[in-house]
Design a protein around this ligand. Structure first.
Ligand SMILES: Nc1ncnc2c1ncn2[C@@H]1O[C@H](COP(=O)(O)OP(=O)(O)OP(=O)(O)O)[C@@H](O)[C@H]1O
Length: 236
């Protein structure tokens, strides 16, 4: 099995008095797609935000390539090598595609580096075609591609994605899934995905975790899990 890129160990987190993560643990491996599934509200988004330093942990540890990154400021987490594609994409609607991509550079380790345009546009040809179009005028699928491209600008070793297929038609979701597989297989980028759609998740995932009430309850390689049995567990 590939080396571990990310390890999350017994992480707890709360919003005020309300604890949401009750000792969540997982690992993500190099060049693999790891997916966390679970019902609404079990803490999947909070887990990603905790890894990014956007929500502070009250216990536990997050390590990237062996380095302790627990509770670092988000821009430092980005510079350490994690790209984040948040739920809802958070594209700047009044900025062009090119300008949106530039925003990703601010977090790059060599700040003011040039956008690796050829590489990005080879992965996302539609962004090249629409590079002067406003972010707000793109379709949902195109915005999702832009959000992934923006997160790649900083050259991450790990990409976190929060429900990238939400509100996107199935054929475009398959395209996005294919891009994620290429990133993992051709570029060795590790992916940690939070997803509700089981068909999409099965299409792209190497290793699954199932989350309930703030901790992982099941895990396994994609090929060995019995999804019929798990369906009920993860139904929205
Ligand atoms: N900023 C916040 N302040 C207070 N409570 C919050 C905040 N964000 C999330 N919560 C609560 O924390 C719990 C976990 O939310 P979270 O978004 O992490 O779950 P999720 O599994 O990602 O769900 P979903 O699939 O709906 O996004 C929920 O009960 C939610 O209401």
């Amino acid at each position: 099995m590939n080396e571990v890129i990310l390890s999350v160990s017994d992480v707890k987190a709360a919003y005020g008095q309300s604890t949401v993560l009750w000792g969540a643990s997982l690992m993500a491996r190099k060049g693999a797609i790891t997916t966390v599934m679970g019902r609404n509200g079990v803490g999947k988004t909070t887990l990603l935000k905790t890894i990014m330093g956007l929500v502070k942990t009250t216990a536990g540890e997050v390590r990237l390539n062996g380095r302790n990154i627990t509770n670092l400021q988000p821009y430092r987490v980005t510079r350490a090598g994690i790209g984040y594609v948040p739920q809802g994409r958070e594209i700047f609607p009044k900025l062009s595609v090119q300008e949106n991509l530039k925003m990703g550079l601010e977090a790059a380790p060599g700040y003011k580096a040039r956008i690796p345009e050829e590489e990005i546009y080879a992965l996302f040809p539609v962004l090249k075609e629409f590079r002067r179009r406003l972010g707000g005028n793109l379709s949902g699928g195109q915005q999702q591609q832009l959000a992934i491209a923006r997160a790649l600008i900083s050259g991450p070793s790990l990409l976190l994605l929060d429900e990238p297929t939400e509100g996107i038609q199935p054929s475009i979701a398959i395209e996005i899934g294919n891009i994620l597989r290429r990133l993992a297989e051709e570029k060795g980028i590790s992916v940690l995905l939070v997803e509700q759609k089981i068909d999409f998740a099965r299409h792209v995932t190497d290793y699954f975790y199932f989350m309930d009430r703030g901790r992982m309850t099941r895990e396994g390689a994609a090929g060995v899990l019995d999804f019929r049995e798990l369906q009920e567990h993860i139904a929205v």
